[in-house]
Design a protein around this ligand. Sequence first.
Ligand SMILES: *Cc1c(COP(=O)(O)O)cnc(C)c1O
Length: 367
Amino acid sequence: MQNRHTAKTGNKKMTLDSKYKESYFRKVIDDMDGYTPGEQPQRIGGWVKLNTNENPYPPSPAVAKLLKEVDPASLRLYPDPVCRELCKLVAQLNGLHLDNVIIGNGSDDILTIVMRSFVSEDELVVCPEPSYSLYPVLSQLQGVDCRCIPLNEDFSLPEDFLRHAIGAKLLLIPRPNAPTGTAFTMDKMREICGGFDGMVLIDEAYADFAEESCVDFIHEFPNVIVCRTLSKSYSLAGIRLGYAMGSHHNIAGMMKVKDSYNVNALTQKIALAALEDQAYLRGNITKICETRSRLCSALENLGFKVTPSQANFIFVSPPDGNGEKLYLDLKEKGILVRFFPGPVTGKYIRITIGTDKETDKLLEALK
Ligand SMILES: *Cc1c(COP(=O)(O)O)cnc(C)c1O
């Protein structure tokens, strides 16, 4: 007897086309490319890795201490599904109540939860362009359109941004922005949050390196959620921990959408230890901001166009305006930076702020 599958495909050798026709995926999945993460060479040795905005310094020593003391027997049990201790600590650090916080498996998980919570079929997502390239991908997965609204030439928000966003259900907006590193003015952020009809997710992945945060907006605007991550400022990209802050109503709704055990037990413990060590965090941020100023001045002296940054990376354009060539030349010399093809971004490369030694190597290679 023929089974269902051979009945469909017969004995024909499947070509790519016929395989495609036989795909069981939703059409949007077959049609999309998927997100391209920055290169993660599995042999770190030899590379100066300045391409995915990781922190060059180790996490708080409290994390090392904790890892030595973990009892494997504790892993037998499911983790706390709502990360109560972490919610309490995040709330305390931000002057909030624990009902105002939800924890995610990285802030990418938070973004997925937001998308699934607030956007249904036929609704529209908007974001600035350039910004985090995951936003359009998440929209595709949700089966909705993402309208990318071009920023001004200096990467500020256009005067008529709100007009372009009319009718959208969700606005995704990083502050500081990625990959430009610029922070939109607080006045403009207020104007947008107050004037936009749908939800606004302010992605503060880099806010610890910035002068200001929008976290207080969640008291001012019922349509604002702010998310953060431990991946960059806390040197913990490997544990996957992000969180969002918003009104109790918004957080309670998102709680229904998240996977029940979305944050593993080890991550919860490590994140607690790291968040408790605010002094270590501040020391690290100071070091990175100092290296950032030094690198910016040095690159300006080499004739680069340097975008003012409030993040742990800089977006710079070489004198010949050829970002791709510079990216390839640096790779040849063992230095990884990030290149984003495109008419605007193609003139630039994004460089993560590394240690002083890594910065010296970079500057040496550029001379
Ligand atoms: C790095 C980054 C994230 C993702 O952070 P994770 O917590 O590692 O998932 C989210 N948004 C922006 C803008 C980022 O640059």
